[in-house]
Ligand binder design. Structure first.
Ligand SMILES: [Zn+2]
Length: 237
């Protein structure tokens, strides 16, 4: 369980550890001083990011291809999640790498589901995403970054949420949260509002981070299932 003996892409053995979130981001979240919630929708088990969740399903060569992607993504996320009151821009000199990063987080969590014997939520998109990440194939998959500005009784709240399929502004998306920052990837071919299309981080060298007005977590239906099954805690130190 939780391990494939040969690479799920090329079949080479052995496989090595793949951290589903880049480890640096798990460390950042653990050191946060605000409340941190971690969870997965639709699953009563909780695997906190503190444990640095990983699975084994790639050979060292394929895992190695993610290293540059992760380094770039981590640097971007660190700049983009600083809390701001209004929309702001973050420089993104290599948009293609950022797009790969967002896709690779979605893909890795999905691959982990499959090696754990659960079904894929990516279905027909899995192959196109895999080829975009590992073979530089083009995929129509805009990526946007949002500060959802979630608060609990007025206090800013950091949330870590694994990639989840959702409906957003009329389109099917995959969304995940790194503390104060959420990443949304649209993999299906539906359209988005123009201002969201314009904020596509996979195309822009200056990415607009969309900052939402504060909203109380208890008023957000999307987080309700998570609230039902999560634990909140204050990391020490
Ligand atoms: Zn491989």
């Amino acid at each position: 369980m939780g391990k494939s003996n040969s690479c799920i892409i090329c079949g080479v053995s052995p496989t090595v550890r793949s951290h589903l979130w880049p480890r640096a981001l798990s460390h950042d979240l653990r050191r946060g001083e605000t409340h941190l919630i971690s969870g997965r929708v639709g699953d009563s088990r909780l695997e906190f990011l503190q444990s640095g969740r990983w699975r084994s399903f790639l050979c060292s060569s394929h895992e190695g291809k993610l290293r540059k992607v992760d380094d770039y993504g981590v640097r971007f996320v660190r700049r983009a999640r600083e809390r701001q009151r209004m929309d702001f821009t973050v420089s993104n000199p290599m948009p293609a790498l950022l797009k790969k990063f967002a896709l690779s987080v979605v893909w890795r969590f999905d691959a982990a589901e499959r090696v754990d014997g659960r079904s894929s939520s990516l279905g027909p998109y899995e192959q196109a995403i895999r080829e975009a990440i590992f073979e530089d194939r083009f995929i129509d998959a805009p990526v946007i970054f949002i500060q959802p500005n979630i608060v609990a009784k007025g206090e800013p709240m950091d949330i870590a949420m694994e990639p989840t399929k959702a409906r957003l502004r009329g389109a099917t998306v995959w969304k995940f949260d790194f503390g104060s920052l959420a990443c949304v990837v649209r993999i299906s071919g539906q359209a988005w509002p123009a201002e969201w299309e314009a904020a596509d981080a996979g195309r822009s060298k200056d990415v607009t981070i969309l900052v939402a007005p504060p909203s109380e977590i208890t008023s957000l239906p999307a987080y309700r299932p998570l609230l039902m099954q999560m634990q909140t805690f204050k990391p020490r130190g």
